[in-house]
Design a protein around this ligand. Structure first.
Ligand SMILES: Cc1ncc(COP(=O)(O)O)c(C=O)c1O
Length: 373
């Protein structure tokens, strides 16, 4: 058999990510590859950094794009900051909080786990109680927008609690960045990571990360070496901010960074607040349509993520058959339930470039058709 070029059928991506990538971003991806130490590329990286600072609403100098997906952003925060034997209060209200626990334990640190129901936000009172009991905890780690359930947690209040106990915060903003309000400096977040493929609508495989001054201080005061060479920010820093004398650390994913640059230029053109408002407005449209179909949301309205709508699969409906039908008849992808919600829920993403009226209309029409069958 002769293998020929791969041409995927275009889909509308309304799952938990990746989201649709705009033609502008795909165009940027196909621009000529240049050397990753070429002065032109270095200039582009400087711009990328300030665009990321805008998206995160931070002045943090250590704001970079890790050359790997969101999971690597998560590991970057944990491996650089958490040392063996240290206590980390970890909030678990879905799959990604569980991964944080895994990160802490693999580093030989102690995870104090606070569990909340899947679909509920992190309970701030439980966090206060955990700090009261574990005053020696060095970190509070939580997921701002839990993609496995569609729940938004109150990052601002959680950071205030951590600050009262002089603990650093590690925040997962993979699904929140660009989709809902996130203010790294104003809220005092110490370390935050995200992903390129959600509300930034860039190609997958890049993870924006930002460390504040307290996190950088903690990193510099480490007793031992960072246990990952690739993710060690003390080494990566000289590549991202070498001020004219950048040194080789690894070969950057040159074209993917063009794509990220373009998606962030688009975000800047739209304006961050306008992007948050657009996600909300499209969510309202989807909600109105789903209600007409008699479909219920899992998350309480007060904590619902506009960009990730988790809905109950109506009784008697074949989960996999409907998703397959949407894909084959409408080229539309929606997400299955994850973890505890597998088989019980669908996840409809309205992230970044996907969050447009025509996609909401398509999704509602396609679901109506599939459910009628
Ligand atoms: C909240 C959250 N954290 C972390 C990740 C991991 O990101 P990636 O799949 O890009 O490694 C995801 C991916 O869906 C996510 O939604």
């Amino acid at each position: 058999m002769t293998i020929t070029s791969f041409h995927p059928t275009p889909r509308t991506l309304m799952g938990p990510g990746p989201s649709d990538v705009s033609p502008r971003v795909l165009g940027a991806l196909s621009r000529p590859t240049i050397g990753h130490l070429d002065p032109l590329f270095v200039g582009m990286m400087d711009e990328l950094k300030s665009l990321l600072q805008y998206a995160f609403q931070t002045k943090n100098e250590l704001t970079i794009a890790v050359s790997a997906p969101g999971s690597a952003g998560m590991e970057t925060c944990f491996v650089n900051l958490v040392e063996p034997g240290e206590k980390v209060i970890v909030c678990v209200n879905g799959v990604f909080g569980m991964r944080m626990v895994e990160n802490v334990e693999r580093l030989g640190a102690i995870a104090v786990v606070i569990n909340d129901e899947w679909g509920a936000p992190v309970d701030c009172d439980k966090v206060k109680a955990a700090f009261a009991e574990h005053g020696d905890a060095k970190f509070l780690a939580f997921v701002h927008a839990e993609t496995s359930t569609g729940a938004l947690s109150d990052a601002k209040t959680l950071c205030q609690i951590a600050q009262q106990y002089n603990a650093l915060t590690i925040v997962d903003a993979v699904t929140s960045l660009g989709g809902v309000e996130l203010r790294v400096d104003e809220w005092g977040i110490d370390a935050v990571y995200s992903g390129s493929q959600k509300c930034l609508s860039c190609v997958p495989g890049i993870s924006p990360v930002s460390f504040g001054p307290r996190a950088v201080e903690k990193l510099n005061q480490r007793e031992g070496k960072v246990p990952s060479w690739f993710l060690d920010q003390t080494l990566v820093m000289s590549y991202w901010s070498g001020e004219g004398k950048r040194s080789y650390h690894h070969t950057a994913p040159v074209n993917s960074l063009y794509a990220l640059h373009e998606s962030l230029v688009m975000l800047q053109e739209e304006g961050l607040e306008n992007a948050w408002a657009r996600h909300k407005a499209q969510h309202e449209q989807l909600k109105a349509g789903l209600e007409k179909l008699g479909i219920e949301f899992i998350v309480d309205e007060a904590y619902r993520l506009p960009q990730l709508n988790t809905i109950l699969i109506p009784e008697g409906v074949d989960d996999a058959a409907v998703r397959q039908q949407l894909l084959s008849e409408f080229n539309l992808e929606i997400g299955a339930g994850l973890g505890a919600l597998a088989g019980k829920a669908w996840r409809i993403g309205l992230m970044g470039y996907t969050a447009r009226g025509e996609n909401v209309a398509l999704c509602l029409a396609a679901l109506r058709s599939a459910l009628n069958k």
